[in-house]
Design a protein around this ligand. Structure first.
Ligand code: UDP
Length: 245
């Protein structure tokens, strides 16, 4: 495997999409546990501000993948080999395809009421045979958590997709890492909204031109504050490189 790319203190594993899908499918079938984080620039910046989140990424995550053009740029700029972007949504779809092929039961946790179910219906249309063994919306009180965990475990799911947004989803998945039985745990942000058709992804040409962030900004201007993380990330990475010289 390629050398781990340490970007602002976060160890990013530079797998390609195919390599990640292959490893995660094999590990899941072999019942090997994996807690996966797809780290875009925003997540790496969040970790700079939040020591608990950073510690979780360093100590709990089994695989941190390079999500977003910013993370890929930073890794290569700092002298590592980061071949391509492994976007959370794309990886989620690829894993659903493998789950349908190998009869791996999956659980959809998160989003507003009904969205996980709508995503499940769309997934089953695209990949007939996909077993979504449970759904739960992502709005809950702390006292409901034991019941949520029990529901997930009772379902017999081997892959758990949590769409609570970062950093909440990673904090939840790591807090209950020992209690949760699904062997694969992954935070997927707004992916149910996209699969269910509630939110559109940027057209392919914009993704290829590394302009997905711009599309999101135009569609959801309320994200402006969050997006300031991007220029801050670029500056911080340039400083890191200067320090190394
Ligand atoms: N969400 C949730 N519970 C919460 C907060 C958010 O289930 O307490 C869901 C929300 O409905 C949305 C997703 O989490 O589906 C976050 O989407 P966003 O686009 O912000 O994710 P990101 O940009 O982090 O991928």
């Amino acid at each position: 495997m390629r050398e781990t790319a340490t970007i602002l203190g976060i160890p990013v594993n530079p797998y390609t999409m195919d390599e990640a899908v292959d490893k995660l499918t094999k590990d899941t079938l072999a019942k090997k546990k994996n807690f996966i984080v797809t780290a875009n620039a925003e997540i790496i910046m969040m970790a700079q501000q939040d020591p608990g989140y950073k510690a979780l990424l360093l100590n709990q995550a089994d695989m941190i993948l390079p999500d977003g053009a910013g993370t890929v740029w930073a890794g290569n700029y700092l002298g590592y080999t980061v071949p391509e972007r492994v976007a959370g949504y794309d990886l989620y779809l690829r894993l659903l395809e493998e789950a349908a092929r190998h009869k791996i039961p999956v659980y959809f946790f998160g989003g507003t009421p009904g969205i996980a179910e709508a995503a499940a219906r769309e997934g089953q249309k695209r990949w007939p045979g996909l077993e979504v063994v449970g759904c739960r919306n992502g709005y809950f009180k702390e006292e409901e958590e034991p019941e949520i965990i029990e529901g997930i475990n009772r379902s017999g799911a081997a892959m758990l997709f949590a769409a609570l947004g970062a950093p909440k989803q990673e904090k939840w998945l790591s807090k209950y890492g020992k209690k949760l039985q699904p062997v694969l745990r992954m935070g997927i942000g707004g992916s149910f909204d996209v699969l269910a058709g509630k939110v559109q992804r940027a057209p392919k040409w914009m993704q290829d031109a590394k302009l997905e962030w711009f599309y999101r900004l135009v569609k959801q201007p309320s994200r402006f504050g969050r997006m300031l993380a991007l220029p801050k990330f670029v500056l911080a990475v340039r400083e890191e490189k200067n320090r190394k010289k």
